[in-house]
Write a protein that binds this ligand. Structure first.
Ligand SMILES: Cc1cc2nc3c(=O)[nH]c(=O)nc-3n(C[C@H](O)[C@H](O)[C@H](O)COP(=O)(O)OP(=O)(O)OC[C@H]3O[C@@H](n4cnc5c(N)ncnc54)[C@H](O)[C@@H]3O)c2cc1C
Length: 329
């Protein structure tokens, strides 16, 4: 095992996702401590296009895997390809962001390369030949601090929006290397038939800097409109509690929480959400939490930095109107 830090880039047709830029920023700090280089791997359609950005964000070398064999995501094939890359590059750690993809891939990859998995880290540093990390457990009720050293690579997924992304003032030269990917029938034991991409003008929920979420209290799909209005006024991603999703007001792709998405925005506004532990599990690492609820004893107020006790049907539209006024100027 060497000293390098390998980042698995997550991108959409070559557009590198912001959480990957955070991973590269963390990788640079780790590599400075381990005395290694930052490497990146990009797989799937657009990987070659992604390589330029990865270099600009500090990767000294990018492994690019494209072509028909990687045209669609496949956990088995991606694991095989990445395990091959790890065997060749021998990084001390492989980083990628916490996402649906990494939830599927990271555990399998860690097992395949005899690595050590740390998922959804909220802190990660290196010193004296060891990595030290922090990650939430028990639906966010406790934080574990763990340390790892030795000769097995660390596979860490990093929670988006927690670490921050800082572009290097000057990036060095970046080499690209093409990964030769062969078809292997054994990869087809599991086949991804379709990746349904939700097209939206709004920011992606798990990457957004501001999230405005609504709960069951909005009463119906139409009733939920003020939540979208406030989100749009702020340029935020709209989210929801599971109760709102189960009631059919909004799609599951908007659910925040233990069985939904994990978000960690700078600002999280919870409108008529009680603050059940399963909801908090998905948003408690938000930097600033604002709760709007007509029950002063709602559990969400225990976590909130700012609370408004009032009727959401009055407070939320009033807030939207004020924000629009401020923006107009
Ligand atoms: C295994 C499991 C997994 C789960 N996963 C998730 C998950 O991923 N995400 C999630 O969110 N939940 C999850 N849940 C459900 C969770 O336990 C709660 O039931 C859910 O979060 C409640 O949603 P809510 O706050 O919208 O609804 P409620 O609990 O009904 O709360 C509504 C809130 O709105 C307030 N309110 C009502 N009217 C107004 C008004 N006019 N103005 C202002 N405030 C008002 C009320 O005071 C109340 O606090 C899970 C549960 C289980 C068992």
């Amino acid at each position: 095992m060497g000293n390098d830090i390998l980042v698995l880039a997550q991108h959409q047709d070559g557009a590198v996702k912001k959480p990957t830029l955070e991973c590269l920023s963390v990788a640079r700090a780790l590599a400075a401590a381990t005395g290694g280089k930052v490497l990146a791997a990009a797989l799937g359609p657009g990987a070659a296009k992604a390589a330029a950005d990865l270099g600009a964000w500090g990767a000294a070398s990018v492994l690019v895997g494209e072509g028909p064999a990687l045209a669609k995501y496949s956990s088995l094939r991606w694991t095989r390809v990445l395990a091959g890359a790890v065997a060749k590059q021998k990084p001390a750690a492989l980083l990628t962001s916490t996402s649906a993809l990494s939830r599927d891939l990271a555990g399998r990859l860690a097992a395949r390369i005899n690595g050590v998995l740390a998922s959804d880290c909220t802190k990660l540093s290196a010193a004296g030949g060891r990595f030290t990390l922090e990650r939430p457990i028990l639906a966010g009720r406790a934080l574990v601090t763990a340390s790892h050293g030795g000769d097995r690579p660390l596979v860490a997924t990093l929670r988006p929006n927690v670490f921050g992304a800082e572009k290097p003032a000057q990036a060095g030269a970046c080499a690209t290397e093409t990964l030769e990917v062969t078809e292997d029938a054994a990869d087809l034991r599991v086949v991804v038939k379709e990746v349904a991409t939700v097209k939206s003008e709004r920011p992606e929920l798990s990457e957004a800097a501001i999230v405005v979420s609504g709960g069951r209290s909005w009463g119906s799909a139409d009733g939920f409109k003020p939540v979208f209005d406030l989100a749009d006024a702020l340029g935020a991603a709209p989210g929801a509690s599971r109760a709102a999703v189960d009631a059919g007001y909004v799609p599951h792709s908007m659910q925040v929480g233990q069985t939904g998405k994990t978000v960690s925005p700078v600002l999280y506004i919870a409108c008529g959400i009680s603050g059940a532990i399963q909801h908090l599990a998905g948003m408690r690492t938000s930097k600033y939490i604002v709760a709007i609820n007509n029950d002063p004893n709602a559990p969400i107020f225990k976590l909130a930095d700012y609370g408004i006790v009032g009727d959401e049907f009055e407070v939320v539209p009033a807030l939207t109107a004020e924000i629009k006024k401020l923006k107009e100027g």
